[in-house]
Design a protein around this ligand. Structure first.
Ligand SMILES: *Cc1c(COP(=O)(O)O)cnc(C)c1O
Length: 441
């Protein structure tokens, strides 16, 4: 069995995370429960940041916060010296509410509204990653009206296809994101912004995919972007101070996944950038990267209580947990694979094959197909590993299931960072037909 971060097994044969027994956490906060091992998040953040420092390369490591967005997470990221990616007014609002330094926030998205852009401009945000021609028009109009400066990067698609499932690939030419680097769109965008008085172009951004397990794709992408930077210098005497190569660094969900260490991704990236620009005497740009999953993914574990079971004779045994696709949509959406253990039976022999089903009214609501576990009973606690990224952030109230609570654990301390939703929360925004409608509704 593979344990992550600070996880271990105590004398009672129970899983512990951050020095606290999973059973204590389940009993204290209820289930389903997201548990974050904050020591592991910090270790990852430091690995990325310190590798740039050691190489003497100016950098920003921006946490791609769509992976897991909350006030406490933003505060942790700020303290670790990370920058931040947000992709909506809602994430920006949460970050500002958390006190995140605005100059280190970068705003992404392929359809930002005027309202969101105004919010970003008024907040004094560090950088807007401009995705398309419509957004260039919006920004020109809004900055001219406000007489406000803004730093931007142009998001480009270099046409590099990184290893991953199709649904989560964004680096190909056929992508809804960014300006195509190869068909003239990126050049056209550059022409539109390079002499603008309010818009300061810092350079280009690309994000070539997710769950990338080697550094070759990043090197290829860097090569493509640098070729364009050189062309712009030659033609227009324009030098880009920033090169942003996005996120997508892989993590280990199951034994099939073989990610590199953060240090290796960064070292290889620096080497390939330095060798590209060295020959042409281009000044070393500041390197920005945007890890999401690799900062929080395997730091998160979901604890569920096991309830019913169903045997389909000769086919499979289903065990059902008290959550499912409502707190983890990834198996249903991407056929994502997870590993799990029975938190109160960590030293028992794994003898029985199960399919782990959720409790939603949907046949596809299965979290894990075919996992061998010790024989389980109702009341056992199932720990599903590596749920820290795109779990809570994609959670829904499907079937009106309240969203789980989230706790941070470290060195024997645990604290709630997102409360469990109550039934009252579920109806908070509902309006009854029995109510008189007020003037403003
Ligand atoms: C989602 C996303 C990331 C983070 O991807 P991970 O696979 O979680 O590292 C980074 N940059 C952009 C632009 C993204 O959309």
């Amino acid at each position: 069995m593979h344990l992550y971060g600070t996880q271990s097994i105590d004398e009672q044969g129970q899983l512990t995370i951050g020095g606290t027994s999973a059973m204590t956490l389940a009993n204290t906060y209820g289930t389903p429960l997201f548990v974050y091992d904050t020591a592991l998040i910090k270790e990852r953040a430091r690995a990325f940041i310190q590798t740039f420092d050691r190489a003497g390369v100016q950098a920003q490591v921006a946490y791609a916060s769509k992976a897991f967005s909350s006030i406490a997470m933003y505060q942790l990221a700020a303290k670790e010296g990370l920058s931040l990616d947000v992709v909506s007014g809602g994430e920006l609002y949460t970050a500002i509410h958390a006190g995140f330094p605005v100059e280190r926030i970068h705003f992404h998205g392929n359809n930002k509204s005027d309202e969101e852009l105004n919010f970003a401009l008024d907040s004094g945000i560090g950088c807007i990653v401009v995705d398309n021609f419509y957004e260039i028009d919006q920004l020109k109009r809004l900055t001219t009206y406000k007489k406000m400066n803004i730093n931007i990067l142009l998001r480009v698609t270099p046409g590099i296809e990184a290893h991953t499932h199709d649904y989560i690939t964004t680096g190909q030419a056929d992508s809804k994101f960014g300006f195509d680097l190869n068909n003239g769109q990126a050049d056209q965008a550059f022409q539109l912004v390079k002499d603008d008085i309010y818009i300061q172009l810092l350079g280009m951004h690309c994000h070539i995919g997710s769950q990338i397990f080697d550094s070759v794709a990043f090197s290829l992408a860097a090569k493509k972007l640098i070729a364009k930077m050189i062309a712009w210098r030659t033609q227009f005497d324009f030098v880009c101070p920033v090169l942003n190569l996005g996120g997508g660094f892989g993590i280990r969900y199951t034994e099939e996944d073989k990610p590199l260490q953060p240090e290796v991704y960064v070292e290889d990236m620096i080497k390939s950038i330095q060798s590209e620009i060295g020959l042409l005497e281009y000044p070393m740009p500041e390197i920005w990267i945007e890890p999401g999953r690799s900062l929080v993914g395997d730091a998160g574990t979901t604890l569920y209580t096991i309830g019913s079971q169903k045997e389909v004779p000769g086919v499979r045994n289903y065990l059902a947990v008290d959550g499912g696709m409502s707190d983890n949509i990834r198996p249903a959406l991407y056929q994502a694979k997870y590993d799990a253990a029975v938190a109160n039976k960590m030293t028992k022999e794994s003898t029985t094959r199960y399919t782990v089903a959720g409790k939603c009214c949907e046949s596809g609501d299965k979290l894990i197909e075919n996992i061998t576990l010790p024989k389980v009973e109702a009341g056992d606690t199932l720990a599903v590993f590596c749920t820290g990224a795109y779990g809570y952030s994609m959670a829904s109230n499907y079937n009106r299931l309240p969203r789980p609570a989230v706790v941070f654990v470290e060195q024997g301390q645990h604290r709630i960072v997102i409360k469990r939703e109550s039934y009252e929360d579920l109806i908070r925004l509902d309006c009854s037909l029995e109510e008189e409608l007020g003037e403003n509704s």
